[in-house]
Structures are given as structure tokens and as C-alpha cells.
Design a protein around this ligand. Sequence first.
Ligand code: PLP
Length: 566
Amino acid sequence: MPGSSRMPISLRESFNSVKRRRPALSLQMLNLDLLRNIIFFLFVLRWTRRTIWKLRGRGLIGTVVEAYVTSRRVLYGWFLRAPGVRTQVRKQVGEALGKMETKLVPQASTRYLTLPKEGWAGDAVRAELEQLAAMDHTRWEDGFVSGAVYHGEDGLMRLQTEAFGKFTVANPIHPDVFPGVRKMEAEVVSMVLSLFNAPPGAAGVSTSGGTESILMACLSARQKAYHERGVTEPEMILPETAHTAFHKACQYFKIKMHLVECPAPSHQVDVRRVARLINSNTILLVGSAPNFPHGIMDDIAALSKLAARRRLPLHVDCCLGSFLVPFLERAGFETQPFDFRLRGVTSISCDTHKYGFAPKGNSTVLYRTAELRTYQYFVSPDWAGGVYASPGLAGSRPGALIAGCWASLMSVGESGYLDACVTIVGAAKKLADRIATSPSLAGELEVLGRPLVSVVAFTSRTLPVYDVADGMSERGWHLNALQSPPAIHVAFTLPTAKVWERLAADLEAVVEQVRERERQRAAEGQGAKGAAGGDAAALYGVAGSLPNKSIVVDLATGFLDLLYKA
Ligand SMILES: *Cc1c(COP(=O)(O)O)cnc(C)c1O
């Protein structure tokens, strides 16, 4: 190593100069030289270590491929910024956003851009609210939307609204003012802990949603590694199918992210590759039960074994699985271990606002020990505004939502969740079966992996799958388009489960239609797999082939801007 061989020589030189020069100056030079050598040595050590980690984690070929992909991205980024190209790209992004705007922001007859001079009468506000609720929309009420609304039946919604009404002004930041909210929040966490077989001493908090639950679990792991092991350059390892909230956590909290492949046919994370990426900076391993894109449960038992052996925390994302996965076994479905009964599982995120049927804005994050929970707390002992402490991201929080959550859990109860699991997972299995056996679907569509819960994802080797998504949209369905590999998924809910047969029939019709179009196109010599130009095909068809996604980033940023266009 150059660092170690240099050191003695320069040391000798320094000693020689000590003999020759004035003592004070020489001593200073010796120190400087030594310092320079130490810094150089540390620098070399650091890069050697990183290179070794990289080669071990990705292998030689993997490292070369990564370097290739990165350079392609950089070069393509330069190309996009070249003078002529840039104006062309801007123009096309502008056009696409214009189209998006006509759909997203319909021209309203009246817009309210400043406060009314005098407040409106209650009835006037009510009438306007009525119109806003009735705006033309994709019909979740009829089960046409994948995910989004998980229960949606009148009785429960009325009860939730009543609960809101009783706690309209409540804020859990003042437990003395709103003791009922404090009690309900603690009870919600306790109920979810018990659902996931938490051991004695386990603890949790409620949050505003799955994203916050995941952010908090990552923060807790980062703080733990910093305080207990002095890790200042944290890294975490997650399946490429894990929710993007983990990517957000890495961005927000400056954690280096390693994505691990989830190869076919199982589409579960490759645990051996996870193991190879572990190093002394690793703060957290992640698995999903199930993941959002394909609805596949990773091999949590294997991840747990690995985590326990390497003494690392393991987070299991049950945001989507929420109140379905704990009931799979009792509902008579196949399941896999995923909860605190696995020794290596240290935290779990569970969304009460998904299959827990609570109103949106509710989730929980659970920890094996209270100590892990403490690592996500924020405590400010010397603030001018007084001693301040809050459990999570938010300061003030809506007590009404907690009341809505508590009311939902109490009113549905174990038997209700068990029934819901039978209905929802049952519908998902029926669709997966239909795709595998229907004469018009079997040869064309292919279910990804073996989904055990509520999501069924499918791709196609023969047809442009985004055209299938667009065909379904034309029939009023809102399914989710996925990328890498191109696919579509349906997340079943109580409303969608009711209409699963219609969904399957429409899917058959759309597949027929796309197949016919492809056949004609081939006959006309235009080649197969041409996109028909619908929204999903336009966005993902193009996005998938780009080495650099800056255009997609521009489009998505423009989309966010549109959300705030009054
Ligand atoms: C929905 C979901 C999340 C994030 O939840 P939000 O409530 O949308 O923030 C995280 N993980 C999975 C698997 C999810 O499906």
C-alpha cells in the first residue's frame, strides 16, 4: 500500500531535518509531515475499504454494469441539455403538461382565489361542498379503483364522521386537555401490537400514514447506529420492490441506499445478495409483507435469520398487508411468517388507514423494544417556548383522526377483519386464477410471482401491457401501471372485491381488443408492440427506454405544480 510504505521514509526525512535545523521549526515540520501522512493513509484506507465493499456487494461484473449505467445516465443527461435538444425537450414536456392540465384542472365557472370579503352563510358553504363532492371522478364507489378506498361502506363512514365531530378541535399534543384522545391513541397502538404478536416490552406510535411510519423506523435505526456504534455514514439495504417511502427516508436523512434485485420467478428479494452488501455502515435491513408493486411477501424468515446473525435491525413493511396479513391463516389462506414471532424483526409499519379501514391520515410503527422507539423521539429541553417533546414528525396532530381510527377498529373487530380478509384476498385469488386459466388471458398475461395477499400484478410477453392499462381506463377502471418490468396491478379492496367478475370480463375484452389491434398492425407491416398512445403507454412506454429520467422528473414536477393550480 502506498500509504504505509511512504510513512517511514518521510518520517526518516523529518528526523534528519530535526538534526539539521532549528529545533522549534523542525518539530513543527515533523508534525505537519506526520499529519499529512496520516491523512493520506486514512484517505487510502477509506477508498480501499469502499472498493472492497463494492466489489463484494455487487461482484466485478455488477460493479462494471453499474458504472456503465451511471455513465450512460450522465452522458444522456448532457445530451438532453445540449442547446437544440433542450428547447425541443422543454416544448414536449410543456405540451404533455398542457394535456394533463385539461384533465386535472377542469375549467370551473367560479374560482375562489382570495378570502371572501364577508364570511359565507353555512348553507352557502354546504351547497358548494355538495358540488365539489359531486365533481366528475373515477367511480371508487362502484369498485372501479384499485386500492385508494379500502372499505367505503356507509355505516362505517357515518360512524367515523360522528367520531370526527366529537373531537373536531382535539390535539394529542395537549393530553391534559384531550385525555380521551390520548387514551384512544395508546389503545390503537396496543391493539396493533397485539395483532403482530409483539413481545412484552414492545412499543409503538401512531403516525399520519405509511410514509411517516417508514421514515420514523429508518430514523430510529440511524440514530441507534450512531449512538451505539458511532456510524456517521449510514447505509441501508432494501429490496428494489420496497416502497419508495424508503427512498424518501434515504434522501431526507442522508442514508446511502442499496437496492437489491427481486428476481423471477419468486420476485422475492435475493437474501444472499442482501448479505453480501452488509458492511460496518449498515444500519437497517428491509423486507415487505407484501410489497406494493407485485403484492409479494419477501422471505422475512430468511431476512430475520440474517439480521439476527449480523446483529442488525430488520424492518418489515406491513403498510399494505396491514390488517390482512395477520388474518391470512385464520381465513384459511396460505401464509408465511412475517411478524415479531421472528426473532430478527425489530420494527413493523402497519397502516391502519389501509386494510384497518380507518380514515386516511392514520398509521402505526411498532418496535420490538421501547428503546428503539425512543430513538425516533424529538426532545428539545432548552427551547425558549418551553420544554418540548413530540413522538414523530408532526407537532400538533388531528385528534379527530385518532378518534376515527379508534372507532373503526372497535366497530369492525376481529370478526369483521377476518370476514374482510376472506372477501378481499378471496377476490384477488379468483382474479389470479382467471388470468391463469381463462382461454383469452392465459396465453397473453402472466401473474408475477405467487401473491398471497390482496394485490395481483401481471405482465405480458405478447402484448404491450400499457395498452391493456389504457384499455381498462377507457372502460372506467383505474388500475396501477408499474415499471421494470412493465406490468399492471390491481389492489383489491371491499368495493373492488364486489365487482371482480366484471373486472375479469373487461380485462378479457380489452386483451382481445389489444391483441386484434396488434395483429392488424403486424399485418400492415408496422411491427408488433407499437403503443396505441394512451396515457400509461405514453408515459411508461417512453420512460422505460430512457437512460436518464430527467424528462420524467420534469413531467412529475410539473404534475405536482398542477395540484396547486387554483
Ligand atoms: C401504501 C404503502 C406505503 C406508504 O403508505 P402511505 O400511507 O401512502 O404513506 C408503504 N408501503 C407499502 C407496501 C404500501 O403499500
